[in-house]
Write a protein that binds this ligand. Structure first.
Ligand SMILES: Cc1cc2nc3c(=O)[nH]c(=O)nc-3n(C[C@H](O)[C@H](O)[C@H](O)COP(=O)(O)OP(=O)(O)OC[C@H]3O[C@@H](n4cnc5c(N)ncnc54)[C@H](O)[C@@H]3O)c2cc1C
Length: 209
């Protein structure tokens, strides 16, 4: 975003144009009455055809994944759920905003219904326990975080050269630093913390004009 919206792209960073972005995600936040017997904190429910999921997210005809892998977080933590109820965070892989227009009226709600049906297909029918449901689409992630298209991990990590396509922590403007998932060394919380550590070490280590 810095080199797209705020600063001209410097010659030495033109390689950034070749970088592809990582995938996004679609989130369902569910408030459920009652408790689900035997459901742990973390659950991953895989689809029958895992390859089809990758085709839907990364293929030329990107679309909301019809039958996605479903990740469910169901924390046994009374600070995030009322007594006798559950607060689920459900995450599926999704194409970025732009590949799919997640702002299309009704799309997020229709897709949420589909995911609830898929949960039911895989043995977790919670539709009659729903007290609350909220969606977070790739467009919402883009709006909230500034990540282009709602890409969760900045530029894609695919390929041996991907690491070299990320912008360095020191920008072309003296005293301006880049930190976080879209800069070196990459996305995901462990790497973002490493990025912060590296950048903290750079700040003040150079003479500024
Ligand atoms: C649904 C989801 C699930 C994920 N799951 C995992 C996981 O299980 N494990 C993992 O390692 N990683 C996960 N990630 C990725 C991880 O969250 C990111 O890699 C990480 O948060 C990136 O950190 P960041 O500091 O670069 O950006 P962010 O965490 O996005 O922080 C950027 C902050 O800057 C603010 N901001 C943006 N623009 C402005 C502005 N103009 N002025 C002021 N503030 C602004 C935003 O509001 C935001 O608070 C997940 C991401 C998502 C979206």
């Amino acid at each position: 975003m810095l080199y797209r919206d705020l600063l001209p792209l410097p010659r030495e960073l033109r390689k950034l144009r070749r970088a592809s972005r990582s995938l996004s995600g679609f989130v369902l936040l569910l408030g459920l009455s009652g408790r689900t017997l035997g459901l742990g904190h973390h659950t991953v429910l895989f689809p029958e055809n895992y390859d089809a999921e990758f085709d839907a997210v990364f293929g030329p005809a990107a679309r909301p994944v019809p039958d996605p892998t479903l990740y469910i977080s169901n924390p046994a933590d009374d600070t995030v759920r009322p007594p006798g109820q559950e607060a689920w965070f459900v995450l599926v892989n999704a194409p970025r905003q732009g590949q799919v227009n997640w702002r299309e009226p009704g799309l997020a709600d229709r897709y949420a219904e589909r995911l609830l049906a898929k949960l039911a297909d895989r043995g977790l029918d919670v539709r009659d326990r729903l007290r609350f449901a909220k969606t977070i689409t790739p467009a919402d992630l883009q709006d909230r975080t500034g990540a282009v298209g709602g890409a969760i991990y900045g530029t894609s990590s695919n390929g041996a050269r991907a690491a070299f396509l990320r912008p360095a922590n020191k920008s072309v403007v003296p005293g301006l630093f880049l930190v976080g998932g879209s800069s070196h060394p990459g996305g995901g919380l462990p790497l973002v913390l490493l990025s912060a550590q590296l950048t903290a070490g750079l700040v003040g280590s150079e003479k500024h004009r």
